[in-house]
Design a binder for this molecule. Structure first.
Ligand SMILES: Cc1cc2nc3c(=O)[nH]c(=O)nc-3n(C[C@H](O)[C@H](O)[C@H](O)COP(=O)(O)OP(=O)(O)OC[C@H]3O[C@@H](n4cnc5c(N)ncnc54)[C@H](O)[C@@H]3O)c2cc1C
Length: 432
């Protein structure tokens, strides 16, 4: 343990280990600045990913480097922060050690788990190869390759049924990600691609959005959900509500009494927390999220905290805190304040309280909905707001300028610059 002499007295420098350089973990690191602790930030990837725009990489609107930044560079001016590229596989709570997949360990005084979530298939994990979800850059570039390859193969296909299947895109789950994906695929087929193909009319592409609940964008005000459904339908998306998908195969999906043959199926229906609860052997909800204490510590382990998508905690209205970036960020800031108070010998802050600032979702390239509770916006005005908000949250001037330029190009010229098939077509055929 190092010594901290920053306050004029010598005290052992505490070691805080943060696992996960996503929205929650980075906030912990940021808000521990000046606290006099040594920090190790562990992530299995060397970059922080702005997941809310991942669907734009999957649909050829943005490139990966516009929405991801090297973690090492993000903390390079913080000498007390070390970065480790490694995958956590467990925690030895007695020895206070984080276990990594290469067999090494990292000792901690305080541990913060911010390992997020992945998509969940409600017990149908066998559907994953046919209906991949969107969580990582690899997922997004593979999805992009798959979508673009479907058009390429359709161009060379003379059998009309096979051609129709290649031009059918099914998105399962009409939350913000499903709505954004379906709307953008429709835009791609109707605005961007038509002049580039000779044998096929890409307007004929069929985009289905299937949702088990009665509305698209569940959780938004009903009038905004209705607006979003109508806007999607105007883009040509077939919105299927109140139907649960009961079968997913390499050839298509089944819901109700319908079988739809489709070569591209995308899963946007559920998430499952990282296995952090099982590392600790503590209770979790049905999606694997740790049931944390009101100060976001782990029951029985005040030296371990968890934040973001890997936890379950109630908001002041009794509903679960949503798995969104602001909730992870607020959790990260809060945990840093608890650690700071403890180290300063002050009383603990009041229990964590999540404040919901609002929800935004884009529908195609010119419309969006914004629900701030006290004000609700829709249409182009909401789209501008959506754009400004997302630009604001990006990291660095270069990414902001690049994204603005890409969006303006799409908005006014219908051109998407990232139309690259970067995966081996034969491998893609095997997965879907
Ligand atoms: C496609 C998509 C669209 C979204 N759109 C929105 C949106 O529009 N608005 C919004 O507010 N939210 C959105 N979200 C949700 C939002 O991104 C998450 O709520 C937020 O990222 C959660 O932050 P987190 O810190 O808990 O986890 P993450 O940001 O996911 O970070 C987790 C980090 O932990 C690392 N990690 C995981 N496991 C390990 C391990 N074993 N060892 C080491 N490192 C590990 C990961 O590499 C990652 O860097 C979206 C999510 C997705 C997937």
């Amino acid at each position: 343990m190092e010594n901290d002499t920053s306050q004029g007295t010598v005290r052992p420098r505490r070691h805080v280990v943060v696992v996960g350089g996503g929205f929650g973990g980075l906030q912990v690191v940021e808000h521990l600045k000046g606290v006099g602790v040594a920090i190790t930030l562990v992530d299995q990837r060397n970059y922080h990913l702005f997941q809310p725009l991942l669907y734009q990489v999957a649909t050829a609107s943005l490139t990966a480097s516009e929405i991801a930044w090297p973690i090492r560079a993000m903390v390079h001016n913080r000498p007390e922060v070390s970065t480790v590229l490694g995958t956590a596989t467990g925690v030895d709570v007695k020895a206070r050690q984080l276990l990594l997949d290469d067999g090494s360990t990292i000792s901690y005084d305080i541990l913060v788990l911010a390992t997020g979530a992945r998509h969940g298939y409600f017990g149908h994990d066998d559907w994953e190869p046919f209906a991949p979800g969107l969580k990582t850059i690899e997922d997004a570039t593979q999805m992009r390759s798959h979508i673009l390859l479907a058009f390429e193969q359709a161009e060379r296909e003379s059998d009309l049924d096979r051609r129709a299947a290649l031009l059918t895109f099914v998105v399962i789950g009409a939350g913000p990600t499903g709505v954004e994906l379906a709307g953008t695929i429709a835009d791609l087929a109707r605005d961007t691609l038509p002049p580039d193909f000779r044998a096929i009319d890409t307007h004929m592409a069929r985009v289905l959005l299937i949702e088990a609940g009665p509305h698209v964008l569940p959780g938004y005000a009903d009038d905004l959900s209705d607006y979003a459904r109508r806007a999607l339908e105007q883009l040509g998306v077939e919105v299927v509500l109140g139907h649960t998908v009961t079968e997913v195969t390499a050839g298509g999906v089944k819901f109700g009494d319908q079988n739809v043959t489709a070569s591209t199926i995308i899963w946007a229906a559920g998430v499952r927390a990282s296995p952090a609860a099982s590392w600790l052997g503590v209770p979790a909800d049905r999606n694997g999220r740790i049931l944390v204490e009101p100060d976001l510590s782990i029951p029985g382990h005040p030296e371990i905290f968890a934040v973001g998508d890997t936890i379950s905690i109630a908001a002041p209205d009794g509903k679960p805190v949503p798995g969104i970036a602001p909730a992870a960020k607020q959790g990260g800031r809060y945990v840093a304040s608890v650690i700071r108070s403890r180290l300063d010998g002050k009383s603990a802050p009041a229990p964590f309280q999540y404040h919901h600032d609002g929800s935004l979702a884009q529908i195609g390239k010119r419309r969006a909905v914004a629900d701030f509770g006290w004000i609700k916006l829709r249409g182009p005005i909401a789209w501008w707001l959506w754009g400004i908000a997302h630009i604001y949250f990006l990291v660095g001037v270069r990414a902001r300028l690049g994204v603005v330029l890409s969006w303006l190009w799409i908005h006014f010229r219908n051109q998407r610059s990232a139309r690259l098939i970067t995966h081996d077509p034969q491998q893609l055929d095997k997965t879907n």
